[in-house]
Ligand binder design. Structure first.
Ligand code: ZN
Length: 282
């Protein structure tokens, strides 16, 4: 299945500058290319592979769950702090810092939460604890918001088109980037219908990207996928890049050193299933 190509809407920057009024001139913002990362889940090998494979970008936005499941929480947090950018908190980030209980976690996820809590340095623990609740927005990117689960509830899973309708209609921003489900893809809402799509890749083991042009007239929820624990049947690390000038989202996959990430999980004494599931991307 391939992502349907859409006509890219005209963009303000195409208009000659001298013909614009002062008001419009002020409205022109510097275009930015945003590297969208989500659900890294303490998988350092996957994060490094994404950063190496990513096209040039101006800014990083992370949609939550930097840690939990994987065995490199300190290394991943330190890499994120180095990268900078904007971060929203995820449900694992919250639970690890004691900001929520473990009620909604299965036993394997809960074990990883407790292990991560014990493993983090005090400084990295404080950094994680300070991450803001979504939605967050950037002043220079109007009409766009960033969340972990849903704009209405940071812990909600938006999996099906039906799940996406209410948050899309309730949001003022027309473009929402979200994570949490570990499923890369998009929901598009026009006046009549909602459509869900997943990028169609050509290989199962190479670095690849699929472009998805946005129509500025429509509403979207876009999930860049999970860097460190994909669940869409593709083991490769997932991420996306959004160009605010061309209004194109590039969905990307990058192969990474799976064996090294698995060995770290096993060496740490974390549940075996957390290592094996990475190979299946499930
Ligand atoms: Zn997650």
């Amino acid at each position: 299945m391939t992502v349907p190509r859409r006509k890219v809407g005209s963009f303000r920057r195409n208009a000659p500058l001298e013909r614009l009024s002062f008001y419009n001139r002020r409205a022109i913002r510097e275009p930015v290319r945003i590297l969208l990362l989500s659900d890294i889940h303490a998988n350092l090998e996957a994060l490094e592979a994404c950063l190496a494979a990513a096209p040039p970008s101006d800014r990083v936005v992370n949609l939550g769950d930097v840690v939990g499941y994987g065995a490199s929480p300190n290394e991943v947090i330190e890499r994120c702090r180095q990268l900078g950018g904007s971060y929203v908190r995820g449900n694992h980030d919250k639970a690890i810092c004691g900001l929520s209980d473990l009620e909604d976690f299965n036993p394997i996820a809960a074990e990883a939460v407790l292990w991560t809590r014990q493993t983090l340095t005090p400084d990295n623990f404080e950094w994680l604890r300070s991450l803001p609740q979504g939605p967050i927005q950037a002043d220079d990117i109007p009409g766009t918001q960033f969340v972990h689960g849903s704009p209405l509830d940071e812990d909600e899973y938006v999996i099906t088109p039906r799940d996406a309708v209410e948050p899309m209609l309730a949001s003022q921003p027309t473009l929402t980037f979200f994570g949490h489900t570990h499923l890369q893809g998009s929901f598009t809402l026009d006046t009549e219908q909602i459509e869900g799509t997943h990028p169609g890749y050509l290989t199962i083991g190479q670095s690849e990207s699929v472009t998805f042009p946005l129509n500025p007239e429509l509403r979207y929820m876009i999930n860049p996928g999970s860097v460190g624990q994909p669940r869409d049947g593709d083991w490769r690390a997932a991420f996306a890049v959004f160009d605010t000038e061309t209004h194109v989202v590039a969905f990307c996959r990058a192969p990474y050193n799976l064996k090294a990430a698995q060995d770290r999980i096993l060496d740490a004494g974390l549940p075996k299933r957390l290592a094996t599931r990475l190979a299946a991307g499930k």
